[in-house]
Design a protein around this ligand. Structure first.
Ligand code: NZQ
Ligand code: ZN
Length: 389
């Protein structure tokens, strides 16, 4: 049964290879002082920066730049952004980049006028902002996180060895608009492209593998997964295939814009395991998920055989005739493993820099959630990390 819920997603999307032309009109809705936030330089190499700057100039904006937002943005970088935004008296934040840049812009939005330390308030106590927040707009250059249409922000605190995400409850933290041009993703290195693909897949799985009720969200999820498998195979073979890359980008947005979580329970345990690996190693987000996923799913499989068997049949086309539910379920995961290897994903945490000696810290950094089919204890978390080495 679908549970009760409210649904509102205010992010306006512009999708397609001409979508940047709508930026100028959007900018008119906000004040003159724009803080342009971006990453380590990819937008300068592929020409997106020049195009965005030209539109900002034509709109008569006062632009301050905040470059250098790193993958897995840090708390230190957030402090730097708070100072820059206060100095500029920023009216709106324009994020141009991947999920890290979009997340960072949202974290900045709730922190600029906050009188408390944002780490303690938002990432330890998970409170909502009471201060005035700044509007955020995104020009997305990488498909994966869904950050372009959700209220999530993930910040890493290297000193505390913690990487923590907060999904804000208030829709006004979601980007006011996002520009999704699939062509922008064509310059992504293959490693980042496939990490993004797995991030998308895992977002859908985290919302799918929970609960045993019949609900529309799971059927939507199966459709999204099938589309993703198809497009990812095409994109790995032919990375410049616009059709495949545009479908990947659109699937990423729908995988984590709150829709498929509506009316059902969700798990998110793989993200907790992956974030702990990310905090210790600074590895690419999607790869941290790929490296622990199969060990986690094989660990919880027997607690949810009907759902894993459904996944095998409906997503992987596993033939069910004459097989037990467990055989079907295991075949589904084997098919998933084959696809992951075909993409070239990192399948263990050793390759990401994790060691046996880190396991106690990895366990400490893993938040244990209760939404899944099996609530883990710390010894099970340690065992999953050990098997993922
Ligand atoms: O920094 P630049 O130079 O721009 O390079 C980036 C970066 O090195 C590069 N890149 C991005 N677009 C490119 C490109 N290179 C060439 N051409 C392009 N068009 O790719 C690298 C990775 O970028 P990043 O933004 O870090 O990747 P992603 O989009 O995967 O974002 C990861 C962050 O998002 C968080 C993750 O934890 C991680 O911190 N997440 C946010 C979520 C949310 N808001 O809901 C949910 C996710 O589960 C995730 O946790
Ligand atoms: Zn993710």
């Amino acid at each position: 049964m679908l549970g009760n819920f409210s649904y509102c997603n205010p992010t306006k999307l512009y999708f397609g290879d001409d979508s940047l032309k709508f930026l100028g009109n959007e900018l008119k809705k906000y004040g003159d002082n724009v803080l342009l936030v971006y990453g380590g330089g990819s937008i300068k190499r592929n020409g997106i920066y020049e195009d965005v700057i030209e539109i900002l100039r034509a709109a008569g904006k006062n632009v301050a730049e905040l470059p250098g937002v790193m993958p897995n943005p840090t708390l230190q970088k957030l402090y730097e952004g708070i100072e820059a935004a206060r100095k500029q008296r920023t009216d709106m934040i324009l994020a141009v980049g991947g999920g890290s840049v979009c997340d960072y812009a949202k974290a900045l939005s709730v922190s600029v006028n906050c009188s408390e330390d944002p780490w303690d308030k938002y990432f330890i106590r998970f409170e909502e902002p009471e201060c005035e927040t700044l509007p955020v707009g995104c020009v997305l250059t990488m498909a994966g996180t869904g950050s372009e249409m959700n209220a999530g922000a993930v910040i890493t605190n290297p000193e505390k060895k913690l990487k923590i995400g907060h999904v804000f409850a208030d829709e006004k933290i979601m980007p006011r608009f996002s520009i999704l041009n699939p062509k922008y993703t064509l310059t992504l290195p293959k490693y980042q492209m496939v990490a993004g693909v797995y991030d998308i897949f895992n977002h859908i799985c985290e919302q799918y593998f929970s609960g045993d009720d019949d609900n529309t969200s799971d059927y939507i999820s199966e459709g999204l997964m099938r589309s993703l498998l198809h497009s990812s195979r095409k994109a790995v073979k032919d990375p410049l295939n616009y059709e495949a890359r545009s479908n990947l980008m659109w699937t990423a947005t729908w995988a984590l814009n709150t829709l498929v979580a509506k009316g059902k329970s969700c798990d998110w345990m793989i993200h907790m395991l992956g974030q702990s690996v990310g905090a210790m190693t600074n590895a690419t987000h999607g790869m941290t998920l790929a490296a622990v996923s199969l060990q986690y799913y094989r660990h919880i499989l027997t607690y949810a055989l009907p759902k894993f068997a459904r996944f095998a049949a409906n997503v992987w086309d596993v033939c069910v005739n004459g097989k037990t539910e467990e055989e079907i379920a295991r075949e589904g995961l084997a098919a998933m493993e084959g696809w992951m290897k075909h993409l070239g994903l990192v399948m263990n945490i050793t390759e990401l820099g994790a060691t046996k000696e880190m396991i106690p810290d990895l366990v400490k950094g893993t938040l244990i959630l209760k939404g899944g089919y099996k609530v883990l204890d710390e010894s099970e978390v340690a065992e999953i990390f050990r098997r993922s080495l």
